[in-house]
Each structure stands twice: as C-alpha cells, then as structure tokens.
Design a protein around this ligand. Structure first.
Ligand SMILES: [Fe+2]
Length: 98
C-alpha cells in the first residue's frame, strides 16, 4: 500500500474519531500529532505486511484523550479507555486485531 492510500485511511480515521478526541484543541499533541503517528504506524504496517488500517487507527487513538500539552500523566490510560469505546463504534471489523 502506498502513502497516498495510507493517508486516505488516516483522513477517514480523523473524520469519524476526531469529534470524540479531547486533544483536538492542543497545538503540539493535537490532531497534527495524531495524523503523523497514524501515518507512520500505517507505513510501518505496510512495510512489514501487517494490517494497515489497524495500525493507522491505533496511531490515531494513542493520544486521543490527552487534555494538556504536558503534565497529563493519565493520558495513556484515558486514551485506551476512550479507544475501547470508539473502536466498536467505528471499527468493529477490526476486533480480531484489538
Ligand atoms: Fe503521542
């Protein structure tokens, strides 16, 4: 899968998951960070023969519940909790990869 195809998956993830992400107002760890992490994860998955959509979605969600640029020690767990809600809503077909 090429980068253009991966970027389409990233855009789709942002479109459906973005409204639920508490990090959306942040400058450093906001959507630009989520998009970069998602694209890099997707490229690694493509290069290694793994499921690209799962990697993109995981990359996009990894900081989805961050609320502050720094000192947000619980953001990893909060993001995992939010991901557990969002994945069945928008990506039920990926449940074998959770
Ligand atoms: Fe991050």
């Amino acid at each position: 899968m090429n980068n253009a195809a991966i970027n389409i998956i990233v855009s789709e993830a942002e479109e459906c998951l973005g409204p639920y992400c508490t990090c959306r107002g942040l400058k450093i760890y906001g959507f630009s960070h989520l998009r970069r992490a998602a694209a890099i994860a997707g490229r690694i998955a493509a290069a290694t023969g793994q499921n690209v959509e799962s990697a993109v979605v995981a990359g996009f969600l990894h900081d989805c519940a961050r609320r502050h640029e720094s000192g947000d020690a619980g953001h990893a767990h909060d993001s995992a909790d939010l991901a557990r809600v969002l994945l069945p809503m928008f990506y039920p077909h990926l449940n074998a990869h959770w």
